[in-house]
Design a protein around this ligand. Structure first.
Ligand code: ITT
Length: 197
């Protein structure tokens, strides 16, 4: 039984080294009354063909290291005319060619800029099997970086139906449509129904 002085709602540990992701997770899960504790250490990021495999693997290691249930997310930007590149290699592509590199790769095909962000979110208890939640958002690569908000590829991604890049949106605006909101809302519904059992 909860004591009357304890806060209502649930809490969850999010293992990530990315403060932007943590802030977004807090904003997305707050309406579900789920508070988010950061844990610095997603663990080993294997190289694999899908973000879901990377998130699942990392979540096993992170939950073991933390000694508690954790959430781990692996996200990727998939550019259609680049056959889905950088996809599961997005962190490496960001560190090496960056946003300018993605724009440069698209210069020969100015019209074929369709892209999507994918979020694979894995929830894992120590020694347990991960449960996966997938989210995505369709959009396009901007012709030049715009906006100073967010992180990573935000300044070059324009979600479908809008004109602004994620870099020009507030966390609340981005989270109304983002891949991360999509996967995290699925997680929240599952988590709350599971907790009530
Ligand atoms: P953790 O692995 O510690 O969670 P990370 O930043 O390395 O943090 P990912 O491996 O999931 O996260 O992300 C792959 C790359 O894609 C990385 O360079 C991110 O900056 C970028 N990225 C992920 N989500 C993004 C988003 O919502 N907006 C812009 N870029 C994003």
């Amino acid at each position: 039984m909860r004591g009357s002085s304890e806060p209502s709602g649930e809490s969850v540990v999010f293992a990530t080294s990315n403060r932007g992701k943590l802030e977004e997770a807090r904003a997305i899960l707050a309406p579900f009354e789920i508070s988010v504790e950061g844990y610095d250490g997603k663990g080993i990021e294997i190289q694999a063909d899908t973000t879901s495999e990377i998130a699942s693997y990392a979540s096993r290691g992170a939950s073991k290291a933390a000694g508690r249930a954790v959430l781990v997310e692996d996200a990727g930007l998939y550019v259609e005319s680049l056959n889905g590149f950088p996809g599961p290699y997005s962190a490496y592509a960001f560190k090496t060619i960056g946003v300018a590199g993605i724009i440069a790769l698209l210069r020969p095909s100015p019209r074929r800029r369709a892209a999507k962000f994918v979020s694979s979110l894995a929830y894992c208890e120590p020694l347990g099997e991960p449960t996966l939640f997938e989210g995505s958002v369709q959009g396009a690569i901007a012709t030049r970086p715009r906006g100073t908000r967010g992180f990573g590829f935000d300044p070059i991604f324009v979600p479908v139906g809008g004109r602004k890049t994620f870099g020009e949106l507030t966390i609340q605006e981005k989270s109304a449509v983002s891949h991360r909101a999509d996967s995290m809302k699925k997680f929240a519904k599952w988590y709350l129904s599971r907790e009530r059992r």
